[in-house]
Every structure is written in structure tokens, then in C-alpha cells.
Design a protein around this ligand. Sequence first.
Ligand code: SAM
Length: 248
Amino acid sequence: MDRNYWERIAPNYSEEIFDVLKNDASGKIVGAIEEVASKEKTVTDIGCAIGKWIPLLATAFKYVVATDISAINLDIAKEKCKDYPNVEYQRMDMSAYTLTVTPCDVAVCINAILTDNLKKRINFFQSLNICLNQGGTLILVVPSLESKLYTNIIANRWNVDDDHKEKIESVEKAYALAKNIKQGVTDIDNVPTKHYLKEELELLLKLDGFTVDRVEKINYTWKTEFNNPPKWLDEPHPWDWMCVARKD
Ligand SMILES: C[S@@+](CC[C@H](N)C(=O)[O-])C[C@H]1O[C@@H](n2cnc3c(N)ncnc32)[C@H](O)[C@@H]1O
């Protein structure tokens, strides 16, 4: 999941990538943003992709710094959001070793820290800190490992959706899968993707200079995991983790 991957996806982004804003029926993420929003404050949208969150942010804040590793994504976002003059677009690799950023009062980072590469994740988390002013708020959404395992267990136990069966073509692939899962890396559409435990997320943020205010589930329907969810399958629904934290 390097820059090339995101540039390649960009032209078909809406078909390829899960839409968190559309699927968060609870409105918890929008609620968390609105709680801290102000026309006096600046906000950065880290990993903004094609700018789905920009209209909301540009309306609620004084100024938006929209950043992404993909230049094509940023061009699409710029075009789609041209009615919002208070948005600045910056191509930026949050996993880079050195970074020049415009620190803001609030940072929103929604399903952007997905890389299976540990060094890149370490750098990304450290960069979150420098993107914020002292006392600033981070709203972070990441895939949940608990949810992914729960889904896998259900798929396997009740044989839901044949396509949930893992296709393990080689010994190398089997070795990679086993090695990855121990690190919370598991495939989404055959792409190794980092998933997080709640406690892991809290620890990572604490060690990178944040105080965690709350971690909440962002629930989605079972249709987001299965083509044919069993009728008896109800709560808990699959989820991502949303974490609201303050820079110390
Ligand atoms: C799954 S998309 C989420 C997009 C958006 N936040 C949303 O919720 O609609 C992940 C985005 O993170 C960006 N990204 C991935 N790694 C990045 C990095 N190291 N630095 C900056 N952006 C990155 C990708 O280019 C992609 O646009």
C-alpha cells in the first residue's frame, strides 16, 4: 500500500474504496467533528483522498488543510470541492522521515493508516502529533481487528459467502498470512491491511503524546461484510474504531 497503489486506485476510487461517511449511519464521526468544530479553528484532513469529508469540514471550520499521498486523489478533491475557497491542498507522505506541516487545531484521519509496513505506521503516528497544535483534537478512525476476526469466525462457522474462503495459492502466501495476522495485518480484497485492537490503539496514541478521551465503535451493516448475511445475524454489527484524543 504505497503511493503507487493509491495513485492507481484514484481514478476508480468511489467503486474501489469503502465510504465511511456514507456508511456511518449513527453519525458518530460527524458528531465528533461537530463537537470540536468552530469558525475560529483550523482543521487538517489527513488522507483526504477524493475529499468526501471536505464539504463538512470547510463549512464548519475557518480553514481546511487537506492532505494526501496521492496527487491524483488531491486533483479530484480540488475539482469536486472548488466551491470551498477556504481549503488548501497539500501532497504529503505521512510516513516520510521528515515532514513540513501546517499544524492545525483539529486533525481528522479516517481509515488512512492502513499500511502493512510497520516502519511506515510508526512514522505516520508520529506525524499525527506534529500536524496538531498543543491541546488540539485528533479524530482517528481505523479498521478493527476484533471486528475482522469476529466476521471471519462467523463466516467460517456458518459457511457464509463462499468468497469469504481464503484462497491460499502457495506455501509463501500461507506463510505471509500467518506472519501478518500476528501483527493485526489481514487482507481486504487481497490487499494486506493493518487492523487495530482497541488497547493497541490507545497505547500507540499515548506513546505518541496524546491523551485518549474516548474510543467508540462505528458500526456498519452486515451487508458491508457479507453478500448474504444470515437473517439471524444481528448485533454486534461489524465496526471500525473511532478514537478522539487530545495532543498533550
Ligand atoms: C481509504 S482512503 C480514506 C479516505 C478518506 N479519509 C475517507 O474517509 O473518505 C485512505 C487514503 O489515505 C491516503 N494515504 C495512505 N497512506 C498515506 C500516507 N502515508 N500519507 C498521506 N496519505 C496517505 C491514501 O492516498 C487514501 O487517499
